[in-house]
Design a protein around this ligand. Sequence first.
Ligand code: HEC
Length: 277
Amino acid sequence: MASQFRNLLQKNRNAVAAAAATGVALAPGVAMTTFMSDDCVHPVSYPWRHTGLFSSFDCAAVRRGLQVYREVCATCHSVDRIRWRELVGVTHTKDEVTEMAKEVEVLDGPNDEGEMFERPAKLFDKLPQPYANKEAGRAANGGAYPPDLSLMVKARHSGHDYVFALLTGYVDKPAGKEMMSTLYYNPYFPGGAISMPPPLNDGGVEYEDGTEATISQQARDVVQFLHWTAEPELDERKKSAGKYLSVLAFVCVATGLWKRWKWGPLKTRMISYVKET
Ligand code: HEC
């Protein structure tokens, strides 16, 4: 599985390098499968294991993804829709999540004296936000607001593939491409110039389970985490669909048999008329 990811990534890199060498304007002619007549490269489709009809989230990957999110992305991005308690039973046990939450201070109040106060976060609190508001986020990032990532996988075309490609797709800008000096070249981002500096580095995090933290591994894990934040109920939904659809199939067959049984005598009878003599 990991090698399939690496091969596809390498194929895509080669195509991007070819495009960069010929100039992005020529890109559509370079590799029709990868490029379209757009101002960005479309990601290839990666073999995600958790998107199948009968597959569930890989909790170990989601746990590693949470670690990447907390150690890397959380400096700039929020996942506003997720509360600590939702991680219980998915990435960590209740005690582990309670411990993690405790390390974060949240503003609460007002208390009896009308004062706001800080207290350690509890399970019902949201994951911490990096900035007090959008303006603070913009001010810290050269005018671009780092969007909330909770629903990002659902908010972009080919969500997971796009985020994975974006995170692993930083390359040198092609000759002749004009860009502000504060922007970074990423052919997957519409327009090619993004304000987000390349967030991932090889070995940028140290995984507890000993998995080697390459850029593509971290990207793969964080994308699975972001898919989970976008659809935490996905596994449950697939399970319910399985139950309901099998009952529905059974009921359909039973209804058919019932109908045949009920109509059998009527449909097989023969009516003959005897002339009165
Ligand atoms: C130094 C701050 C910073 C860090 C760290 C960072 N980002 Fe970003 N990110 C940004 C900014 C700023 C933007 C807005 C870019 C723009 O609009 O040009 C952005 C945009 C994005 C987008 C949206 C792109 C789009 O199509 O609009 C995604 C997805 C994203 N970041 C994912 C991540 C992930 C995943 C991580 C962690 C691995 C991460 N970012 C780490 C600053 C950051």
